[in-house]
Design a protein around this ligand. Structure first.
Ligand code: AMP
Length: 416
């Protein structure tokens, strides 16, 4: 059954397809029509069930149906989550699913443990959807960065973990700020007494969904994004994305050892815990970098294709192609570093006007076609080179002469 059969708008089912979601998971099949009909929801759902899209898709459709008035955007949908990782992950999914909507809603993500200022800046002009941990949300309310009196839909994602992590008081304070008239969507993996009583106090004649734990996919699912950006602005964009989304343990791929050193140093200067890892380091230095990355001392490791295979690093939440891989085969190895079973992963590729043709070939070999995103403030200005005959081909795994030239060109690129 396709998503459209559940009553979803084509723009949303297309965005779902872009993420590789062609058939709804059981929880999506049950939740989407119920939420579209305006019902409250009480769902037993584990991570891996596809619960994020189960609430995000119908929520986005409901927001789009009513449109928003001119002026600052009031928060119309609030998603409360227990952890920074889940906030970042859910926010990413909501953004991706909204990407083809004609009036794209603004999605803001907020969590503690990082500076509040960028989050306040991101809320300037308001936001339609806010995904947040309760404590930081209250801080933002206190700073007058947002108001919650126009929330139409409230989502509690992983309600049991919210209570386990001691968020009961914050939750009560957030709930007191919401209008009484609203739709409530309640997701929890378990239903101990405290969770039941929270649900009892919140929900009005909820539709119950009790599905046994059923992972959406046995294999890890990797969400891919491609962003068009000038070659000279990639480091700036990378830094912004890492800070904005609170990404941790990011593996960044570049073309050469020299580029790995340079980019790591640059990110480090930009206040990120970044280091490099490549074949030019001594065995001892490599082992140390790897051990420190495993211990989570570094948030960002910039590497060459060395780290794409054969190295014992557990799967990571985010990999970034700062420089595109030489070949589709390398691309597969690189993105294979992300995608944890049941949790999914994110692979972001920076495509520059100069590498667009090469990217299209990688896509073609992969049988995929991603929407090229452009980030506000990073609109590309570099010219797209006119292709010369025979350029940009994808070869096998060994570097060809052209590959070496490309690597040399990457080296001599203007410093970013
Ligand atoms: P969630 O339970 O929302 O954390 O999702 C678990 C994983 O399933 C994520 O990696 C999603 O990208 C993936 N997923 C969600 N819905 C679908 C679907 N309909 N088809 C395939 N994968 C999905």
């Amino acid at each position: 059954m396709p998503f459209i059969a559940l009553g979803l708008a084509p723009a949303l089912s297309r965005a779902a397809a872009d993420l590789g979601f062609t058939t709804p998971t059981p929880i999506q099949a049950e939740a989407i029509p119920a939420v579209l009909a305006g019902a409250d929801l009480l769902a037993t759902a584990q991570t891996g069930s596809g619960k994020t899209a189960a609430y995000a898709l119908p929520l986005l459709q409901r927001l789009a149906a009513h449109g928003h008035a001119a002026g600052p955007r009031p928060v119309r949908a609030l998603v409360l989550v227990p952890t920074r990782e889940l906030a970042a992950q859910a926010g990413e999914v909501v953004r991706s699913l909204a990407q083809h909507l004609p009036a794209r809603p603004k999605v803001a993500v907020a969590f503690g443990g990082v500076s509040i200022n960028p989050q306040m800046m991101a809320l300037r002009g308001g936001a339609d959807v806010v995904v947040a941990t309760p404590g930081r949300l209250l801080d933002l309310v206190q700073h007058n960065a947002l108001r919650l009196n126009q929330v139409e839909v409230l989502v509690l994602d992983e309600a049991d973990r919210l209570l386990d992590l001691g968020f009961a008081d914050e939750l009560a304070r957030v709930l007191a700020l919401l209008p009484a008239q609203r739709q409530n969507l309640f997701f929890s993996a378990t239903f101990p007494a405290a969770v039941q009583s929270l649900a009892g106090g919140l929900l009005v004649q909820p539709r119950r969904i009790d599905l046994p734990a059923a992972p959406a996919a046995t294999d890890a699912v990797v969400m891919q994004r491609a962003i068009l950006v000038d070659s000279t602005r990639r480091a700036g964009l990378l830094r912004q994305l890492i800070q904005e989304h609170g990404w941790q343990r990011v593996l960044v791929f570049v073309a050469t050892q020299h580029a790995a050193e340079r980019l790591a140093a640059k990110l480090h200067r930009g206040d990120l815990y970044a280091t490099s890892f490549h074949g030019g380091l001594s065995q001892g230095a490599r082992q140390q970098a790897l051990a420190e990355f495993k211990e989570r001392r570094w948030d960002v490791v910039v590497t060459t294709d060395l780290a794409a295979r054969g190295i014992d690093i557990e799967s990571l939440p985010v990999v970034v192609n700062h420089d595109l891989p030489r070949s589709a085969v390398d691309h597969v190895h690189r993105i294979g570093r992300t995608g944890r079973a049941g949790e999914g992963g994110l692979a972001v590729s920076f495509v520059t006007p100069g590498t667009l043709a090469h990217w299209r070939l990688i896509e073609k070999r992969q049988g995929m076609s991603l929407t090229l995103e452009v980030m506000p403030g990073f609109e590309p200005t570099e010219a797209t080179p006119t292709p010369s005959p025979g350029s940009g081909g994808i070869k096998g795994q060994r570097p060809s002469k052209k590959d070496r030239l490309r690597a040399a060109a990457a080296l001599s690129e203007k410093p970013e």
